[in-house]
Every structure is written in C-alpha cells, then in structure tokens.
Design a protein around this ligand. Structure first.
Ligand SMILES: [Mn+2]
Length: 361
C-alpha cells in the first residue's frame, strides 16, 4: 500500500494562482508515476472558503485523473478552506472523500483516522475522539499546531494561527504509526515514541518564512512502515540577501545588482542594504535597481539599514568621528578594517540617538 501525503495547497492565493497550480500539476504527475493507492490532503486545499467555481472545477478535473486510475482521495478541511464559507463543497466525485467529522477508514492492513479541522479542538480532544481499530498500521490525519517545535510555535504564533495545539503527550496518547499533518508551511519530519510525524509544508512558498524546495511524502506499508520525501522544488522562492554599500558610494552597488540578476531566477528577494549613503541618492537607486530586477522576474522588497550621510553632517559627534576615522582610512594599509570601524561606529551613534529619543518619549 502506497500513500501520498500533501497539505496546504492554498489554491487561489492572490498573485500566486499560476505558480501554485504548476506545483499541484507536479504532484498529480508524481501520484501517477509513483503508483500510489491513496492521496491524503491534510487541509488548506483552497486559500479561502469562497474559492471561485472555475478553480474548483479545474481542481475536480485534476482529481478525476487520479480517481480514474483507481486512486482514492481523502481530504480534511483546514482553517483556510473554512474561512468565510466552505471551499470544499461541490467536490463530489467517485473516489473523493471529504470529512467533516471524525471518521475511521479501514483499508487492507491500514486504518486511517481523519480528524477534520475545528477551531475549538485541542490535541486531547483528538485523543478523545479516536476509536480503536485492529489494523496493523494506524495513520492519523489532522490540521494542527505542533507547538513543541520552536519554529512552528513562532511562525504560527506570529500569524495568530495556533489552532488545535498538539503536544508530544497528545501524540503518544493517539498511539499512531504515522501522523499526517497540515498547517505549518515548511516540510518537517520527526518522531514521537513510535509515531512518525510529518508536515509536508505548503506546495509553493507563500512568504519569506517558507524556505527551500517543497516536498510531498510517500508512506509505504508492506510489512513495516517506510516514509520518504519527494522534492517538488518551487516556482518562485523567497530569498534574502544582505549587501553593504562599498565606501559610501551607492553607485558602486550596481555591479552587485547585475550579479544578482544573473545568478537568481524568478524569485521574491528581500535586500537588506547596510552602509552609509545619501538618503535621496539611495531612494533613486532603489527605483532604478527595483525596475531592473523586476524585468528579470525578481521582485525586490528593500530593508533599509543604511545611515544617512545628511544626518552625519548635522550631528556633531558623528561628523567628528567620521573625519577622524576617514583619516585612518586614507593612511592605514588596512583600509577595509577602517571602513568597517567607520560604518559600525556611525551605525552605533545613530542607534544611540534613536534610543535617547525613545527614552525622552
Ligand atoms: Mn495553510
């Protein structure tokens, strides 16, 4: 018996419709090529409860390709499917099952326990719902928050989405061989007692927190359980880069921008710029570089960590410091070192001024 576990498709997410659909098509191909018997989707098929009819239709057609090959499809709703409506209606198709209440499905030597998402549930509620089954291999499916992992806790906490918190004790009490999770958006595989736990992650990165190639998981049960990921890459990753302005000369950054354009494919890029620059020149540079990169399908968001030259001129301490260190820059063979002293010293002075201001308020 071979099962493919995925989750967090977020079909229809604004601005990402095409990218997500390409990733979903990859999963359909993998499902057919890997000879799976069952497809599990652990919630968040659609980005919100009011998915467009055209999109739903397209999704049904894609599921049909699998159902025609005898693949059974099991879906539980996630919090996004049920946001302002229910996106999972009208998916009726032979071989497609959507669960709205706890259900056990026994197939061959495997029991599948489906725990559909409800905002008020906790891990202990799932334990209370679970019925015993005599099958050799017990698999649970839920859309929940395993907050013992710090990255899960902080990501979901930031977006106020710690729904259905699940602890290691809850997982032990559920007494499963495999726990097919959805909700956290990066692939994660770990073990609690005998239970293999997996978040496959979103199928296409949706924010700067969703890093690296995307994965789906194959669960194979013959005499024992074997679990392994298959990488599905991404369409447009989210990347972060720090660059420092060389020697107060914003224009000297341009070769770096050209280099990025050459090295990176289509992506979302967070560029953190450090160094000393004239504010107006820097703003003009951002416009020019942003347009240049956009033409190459690189969407930039700027993080400005520069210190404004204008501020230095007006601040007596900073100005004196700059003049003193610039003298060293000119005279010393360790120029790079003294540029660092200059930049860091001035950043520190600027920081102190900001702190002083805050304290006065
Ligand atoms: Mn999600």
């Amino acid at each position: 018996m071979r099962i493919l576990h995925t989750a967090d498709l977020h079909l229809g997410r604004t601005g990402k419709e095409g990218d997500i659909w390409h990733q979903w098509e990859k999963i359909i191909e993998i499902a057919l090529k890997e000879n799976i018997h069952i497809l599990l989707i652990a919630g968040d098929v659609f980005d919100n409860g009011q998915a467009e009819a055209v999109l739903k239709k397209k999704f049904v057609i894609s599921l049909n390709k699998l159902a025609n090959q005898g693949i059974q499809i099991f879906i539980i709703p996630g919090n996004h499917d049920l946001r302002q409506g229910n996106a999972l209606t009208d998916l009726e198709l032979p071989g497609v099952n959507v669960f709205y209440k706890y259900t056990v499905v026994n197939l061959d030597k495997i029991a599948l326990h489906f725990f559909p998402f409800k905002p008020e549930l906790s891990g202990q509620d799932l334990v209370g719902l679970k019925q015993d089954s005599g099958a050799e291999c017990q698999i649970g499916v839920c859309h929940a928050s395993y907050i013992t992992l710090p990255e899960v806790f902080s990501d979901l906490g930031d977006s106020q989405a710690i729904h259905c918190p699940l602890s290691p004790e809850d997982i032990r009490d559920l007494n499963l061989d495999y726990l097919a999770l959805g909700h956290y958006h990066n692939p994660k595989q770990w073990q609690v007692g005998k239970t293999q736990c997996v978040y496959p992650g979103s199928i296409e990165p949706l924010s700067f927190k969703e890093i690296g190639p995307r994965q789906v998981f194959i669960i194979q049960y013959d005499h024992g359980l074997r679990v392994y990921p298959i990488e599905i890459g991404y369409q447009r990753p989210y990347l972060c880069q720090d660059i420092q302005i060389p020697k107060e000369d914003i224009h000297a950054l341009w070769p770096k921008i050209e280099e990025l354009a050459q090295d990176l494919g289509p992506c979302f890029l967070r560029l953190t710029i450090k160094g000393v620059a004239d504010k107006l020149l820097f703003q003009a540079f951002q416009l020019k570089a942003g347009a240049f990169l956009k033409e190459r399908a690189i969407e930039v968001s700027w993080q400005d960590e520069t210190v404004d030259l204008g501020w230095i001129e007006e601040n007596r301490l900073a100005k004196q410091f700059k003049e003193a260190v610039q003298h060293r820059v000119r005279q010393s063979p360790e120029k790079e070192f003294w540029w660092q002293v200059l930049y860091r010293g001035i950043s520190l002075l600027k920081h102190c001024e900001n702190v002083d201001k805050k304290n006065k308020v």
